[in-house]
Design a protein around this ligand. Structure first.
Ligand SMILES: [Zn+2]
Length: 389
């Protein structure tokens, strides 16, 4: 345990850690199930995981460690091990693993990312990643996998997205292969358009064949295709699945007829050029966007460490909060835990950002007195230093 101590490197880290320490001294951070079988990792100013292979015997010990160490990041293994602190990994003896999905707004390919980069978030990308998380739960995990709402736990990641945890004993023993299959199913990898109930049918008196397809009441993927497309049409969001504006407009113009005919399995009410190819492309983009390959591996990879729910995130000073009602959850408000006593900082560079009810910035090379939660946010983004006159 000699390497457990995280080194403090500068006054900013010292200040942030002291505020985190005070928070952990009072907060009631719940330990994960079977805490003694998990591997923990603590992070500091430089890296999100600076020390790992840590073993925590029980919930009390975890609380004590957090209050004493005040790490800037706290992660634990989705896997359960007989010997969590052994290394290399093979000696830990893998006993099983939770299923956790990582949804990150940075992976959604949104236009706002060009504006604010990967360091910042805005209401737009947080709304989109929330929507994607709701889609995962409501369109896949509940109807197709049969999980109930109380087996699914959602946490704000503390920064750019959400973590969806499945708390069900039967998933713990799933092999890597099975986890891979689950991910492929969710992301729609290998979804074969031709087996999704689409077919061209000859119509008497008409030269062109008619494209029939799934209806919303069909089970599994075919029904989902009809439901998701209907929703995207009704909400005028076809651009999200790569539909060009001229085609989208054509569909929106006849949206009522379109929705009605799709309910009957007729996908041919709006005339589209190369219609089969058109719908093939749309269908290819309907899966849950779990991110790039690294994050897909996250789910399949049993050695993954994930943010501890209700712990603080060292890049934002926001809480990786457990979400009770995803629909109404506002991360930039509900994950704020620090107070509003003024803190003097020198800000380097920051776009306009919202926290709670207030909007701050944009800032460029200026000295400011901000409420503590906003000052900590900028210090954690490394776009501010303490201002001592
Ligand atoms: Zn954004």
């Amino acid at each position: 345990m000699e390497d457990l101590q995280l080194r403090i490197r500068n006054p900013e880290e010292e200040y942030v850690r002291s505020r985190f320490r005070e928070y952990y001294g009072k907060a009631d951070v719940k330990a994960p199930d079977e805490v003694e079988r998990r591997e923990f990792g603590f992070g500091g100013w430089e890296r999100k995981i600076e020390v790992r292979h840590l073993h925590v015997g029980n919930a009390e010990e975890l609380k004590g460690k957090l209050a004493m160490e005040a790490p800037l990041f706290i992660s634990y293994s989705v896997a359960y091990y007989e010997f969590p602190d052994m290394r290399p990994m093979e000696r830990k003896n893998w006993l099983g693993a939770d299923v956790v999905f990582d949804l990150d707004s940075d992976h959604l390919g949104l236009p706002c990312r060009k504006r604010h980069g990967t360091k910042w978030v805005c209401d737009e990308c947080l709304a989109a990643v929330k929507d994607e998380s709701a889609k995962l739960i409501e369109q896949f995990l509940i109807p197709d996998f049969g999980f109930s709402k109380n087996e699914i736990e959602v946490n704000f990641s503390g920064n750019r997205g959400y973590h969806v945890h499945i708390r069900d004993k039967t998933v713990k023993k799933l092999s890597s292969y099975a986890r891979r299959e689950v991910v492929d199913y969710l992301t729609g990898t290998g979804i074969d358009f031709d087996s999704m109930d689409f077919r061209n049918v000859a119509v008497s008196g008409r030269k062109e064949k008619k494209l029939l397809g799934p209806s919303p009441s069909n089970p599994a993927w075919p029904g989902r295709i009809a439901r998701l497309v209907s929703r995207l049409v009704a909400e005028k969001r076809l651009a999200e699945v790569g539909v060009e504006e001229k085609d989208a407009k054509r569909i929106y113009k006849k949206s009522e007829q379109f929705l009605k005919s799709v309910r009957e399995g007729n996908w041919d009410v709006v005339k589209l050029e190369r219609k089969e190819e058109f719908w093939r492309n749309v269908v290819g983009r309907l899966g849950v966007k779990l991110g790039d390959r690294i994050d897909q591996n996250v789910t399949a990879d049993a050695s993954k460490l994930i943010r501890l729910p209700d712990s603080l995130h060292g890049e934002s000073a926001l809480l990786a909060k457990r979400v009770k009602d995803l629909n109404s959850f506002d991360p930039l408000k509900e994950a704020v835990v620090f107070g509003d006593q003024p803190v003097r900082i020198k800000i380097k560079n920051a776009p306009e950002f919202r926290l709670g009810e207030l909007t701050f910035g944009p800032f460029k090379s200026e000295e400011k007195e901000l409420p503590e939660y906003a000052a900590l946010f900028l210090l954690c983004k490394k776009e501010a230093v303490l201002w001592k006159s």
